[in-house]
Design a protein around this ligand. Sequence first.
Ligand code: PNW
Length: 443
Amino acid sequence: MFLWGTATASYQIEGAVSEDGRGVSVWDTFAGEPGRVRDGHTGEVACDHYHRWPEDVELMAGLGVNSYRFSVAWPRVQPTGSGPVNQAGLDFYDRLVDALCARDIVPAVTLFHWDLPQELEDRGGWLDRDTAHRFAEYAAVVADRLADRVPMWITLNEPFVHMVFGYALGTHAPGRTLLLDALPVAHHQLLGHGLATAALRERGAGRVLITNNCTPVRAASADPADVAAAHAYDTLHNRLFNDPVLLGKYPDMSAYGVRLDCVRDGDLDLISAPLDGLGINYYNPTRIAAPSGEGLPFTDAGITGYPTTAFGWPVVPDGLRELLTGLKARYGDALPPVYVTENGCSQHDEPGPDGTVDDRARIDYLDGHIAALDRARAEGVDVRGYYVWSLLDNFEWAEGYHQRFGLVHVDFATGRRTPKASYHWLRERLAERTGADAGPREP
Ligand code: PNW
């Protein structure tokens, strides 16, 4: 059965940050500091999904999706990141999983979508190798509770974005500005993925994936300097995270002055343990030119000639086909089935006078990307799922509530949900397609 779903993340939707024993995460700390998030927005209330989840499950049932990707907040389960388990936090996800199963919606659980317990950050966060071991311990706790009903597990969400924005540039929590010295964060996250995969396997947790955000990289011109820079960018963004997982080795980054001294014997064996799928988040391609200044071995040349989203991201649907066929060409038989675990666009959606939300640009976006997905499948890429980011408008990290990615509009003053035109469009599209994609039901 092809999985059609929507995706969310704990800190972006839940709110209820001090309820039922939840500990503090790096995002609570970061969003609480002046100047970090636009207009001082925080995830304190967000979509109040922690209380409104039954309504959100009904929205998904009404949409007709057969899967839902959500993340577990580590500090709800282990408030200090290690040791004592907070049963009340696990109970929340237990209820959610039961409600999804009752609606025939396959739960796909992401274990880490950036909300690290603050106490672990105080001990070095992902710069510290020990965090990888703590992550595996936490994965085991969650699997012990949910693996009997959750058939699909995603260890990490976008370790690239977490490293670059969180530790290199400081625009996301924990707000560190280490530039290339952030590299150990890549390895320690991947080690955490490997250790958590082993813990999930021991518990018979079903399918195990990692989600990398990938971008097809285009050189700004045929000039060899631009081509070399594009290769550098592809190496540091895509291959740094896909190669160790799929091929068991890091790409050669010596030409860019990048060294990974923290890799120990045996790490890559753990990191490259076979997976049941590769999660891919796709938003847009990247156009790269030769470096213009000191430091990085590339410059982002920007993409012109395409429509853009409210975020300013170019809308290039065929980039999804290009990405998927490129992965197949690069990894061949080492590429497991692919799941597009996020794809979507932000817009400035507001209800009109009649109360409806006319987001036709989102319909065009999704229509174009689903067509590109079909082309990639026709070209032989084994794609098994597609998740729209996102079910709800939510806390868009450093942008706060200024970017709306939802199929469902959220009025953040009242929590009121209003399905947008794209929700109704997708419901019809999914109903039409169920026949073509129907297969054996999940366990
Ligand atoms: C993803 N970029 O993040 C995340 O997984 C989501 O939590 C997030 O809400 C969504 O995409 C939309 O931003 C990204 O700059 C953040 O390339 C930034 C980038 C890509 C993905």
